[in-house]
Design a protein around this ligand. Sequence first.
Ligand SMILES: [Fe+2]
Ligand SMILES: [Fe+2]
Length: 166
Amino acid sequence: MALSKKMQDALNDQLQREFHSAYLYLSMSAYCSAENLPGFAKWMRLQAQEEVGHAMRIFDYLDDRAGRVVLQAVERPPSQFKSPLEVVEGVRKHEEGVTASIHKLYAIAQAEADYATQTFLHWFITEQVEEEKSTTQLAERLCMAGDNKGALLLLDREVGTRSSAE
Ligand SMILES: [Fe+2]
Ligand SMILES: [Fe+2]
């Protein structure tokens, strides 16, 4: 069964959103590095890589379903941030938006009775639970550190132990 035009367009929009996430997190990584927080910089860089992985999942799926990948412009992310907390809060809020867009995509797949796309999206729905959990925890721990530079440096070291883009 061929992908509907509506489903294909919605998947291409999500592909763009994943690249936009990657771009945003890469910009945040650069900011953290400039702020001498190599742990956060590494975490954000791996997060950016992970987003490219999400985009490529959609790219491959469109291809598998004989759909057409249509790459869109990726908007320019901010390059300056107020604080590490603003960065992490930004990731958390951004991921909430991604969850909402994945859910919208799922609703379209349901309306179109596109069962293959529903199954494909299950992975993303589960992934968003993990993303929201990890980013909420990071934001809350950064909040706890407050103005304590020692706590920030300790957290930076811990966050820097992340080793995979998953
Ligand atoms: Fe993603
Ligand atoms: Fe993840």
